[in-house]
Design a binder for this molecule. Structure first.
Ligand code: NAP
Length: 309
């Protein structure tokens, strides 16, 4: 257990955190980024990225690696630990980790992203890792030539369903409405894919199996009709909840728990900034997170300059 002094402490290592860390380190401000898993955040679970400028097509893992190496080249220190709490002590901002270390600085940048929403139906927990998954790139390969189901209608569900067509004999996307939420360009590709099938206006009521998933009990929300669908796997992509509960002091959030910031990415607590998916904003893309991280780091530098006189 030790107390360590930095200027900027970045919590979370997705694209927003890596960019904030890079800008902090590049400005010669003593910066550390704390990440519990490997740097990259959600993009490490994304097969292909086609909307990050400068890269026609790049795997999430490769982009994460490039961002990490880039930030390290400017001197960003990366620590592998889990952040338990962020709190204030006068003008200092402190970060306590699971290993018992405390990081003291003048600015904290929260880049904590979110965790996948659960379906919360019978069988989900029981068969988690036995056919229930939240990560296509991690688990798709286990279901070669099987019928794979995907739940959700957003970008993540449709893109990951398309990726899963590489493995499954077919991929059935189950959506609770009759229209997808995903971007049109992504939808069009999915509708053209011969291995994709769609079940509309339908929710999963339970996930059934023995040693692994065998079927889903479905209900049509329009006519109430119930049915059983035999599947080898169910991948759930129904959005996520922001990881916004680590700050001890009350911090302003929107009704869905996303942290509200001003144009400097500063939260309602001076010296605590937020960037990327944990922040309340209209779109959640890698490009946004990168922009947020830049702004947060520059604003944090200014605060440090002012405090140090
Ligand atoms: P999302 O856009 O919030 O979509 C969640 C989907 O799950 C919606 O279609 C929603 O249905 C459905 N859903 C929510 N709760 C459900 C429940 N309990 N049961 C059944 N269905 C449920 O989430 P996301 O797809 O994870 O994307 C999150 C953010 O990341 C978005 O801003 C997205 O644009 C971004 N993203 C972008 C890309 C890309 O640009 N390539 C890729 C992945 C993610 P309704 O439509 O009925 O609400």
């Amino acid at each position: 257990m030790a107390e360590r002094e930095y200027d900027i402490i970045v919590v979370g290592g997705g694209p927003g955190g890596l960019t904030a860390g890079m800008y902090g380190a590049r400005a010669n401000v003593k910066t550390v980024m704390i990440e519990k898993y490997m740097p990259g955040g959600q993009i490490t679970n994304t097969h292909e990225i086609e909307d990050y400028p400068g890269f026609d097509l790049i795997s999430g893992a490769e982009l994460a690696m490039k961002m990490t190496e880039h930030a390290k080249r400017f001197g960003l220190e990366i620590v592998s630990d889990e952040v338990r709490e962020v709190f204030c002590d006068g003008e200092d901002r402190l970060v306590a980790t699971a290993s018992g270390d405390v990081y003291r600085g003048k600015a904290v940048i929260l880049s904590t992203g979110g965790s996948p929403n659960l379906l919360k139906v019978p069988g989900e927990m029981e068969f988690s890792g036995k056919g229930v998954s939240y990560c296509a790139i991690c688990d798709g390969n286990f279901f070669k030539d099987q019928v794979i189901s995907v739940v959700g209608g957003g970008d993540a569900a449709v893109e990951e369903a398309m990726f899963l067509t590489r493995f499954g004999s077919k991929v059935i996307l189950i959506h609770r409405r009759d229209r997808l939420r995903a971007q049109k360009i992504i939808q069009e590709r999915a509708f053209k894919n011969p291995k994709m099938e769609f079940i509309w206006d339908t929710v999963v009521e339970s996930i059934n199996g023995d040693t692994r998933v065998r079927s889903l009990s479905l209900k049509n929300v329009k006519n109430g009709e119930k049915s059983t669908l035999e599947v080898g796997a169910i991948f759930v992509f129904i959005g996520f909840v922001p990881n916004s509960n680590i700050v001890r002091e009350p911090i302003r959030k929107d009704p869905n728990g996303y942290i509200i910031t001003d144009e400097k990415m500063e939260t309602s607590i001076k010296g605590i900034y937020a960037c990327g998916d944990v922040r309340a904003q209209l779109v959640r893309q890698i490009t946004n997170a990168v922009g947020d991280g830049t702004t947060a780091a520059v604003a944090a530098e200014k605060r440090i300059e002012e405090l140090k006189g």
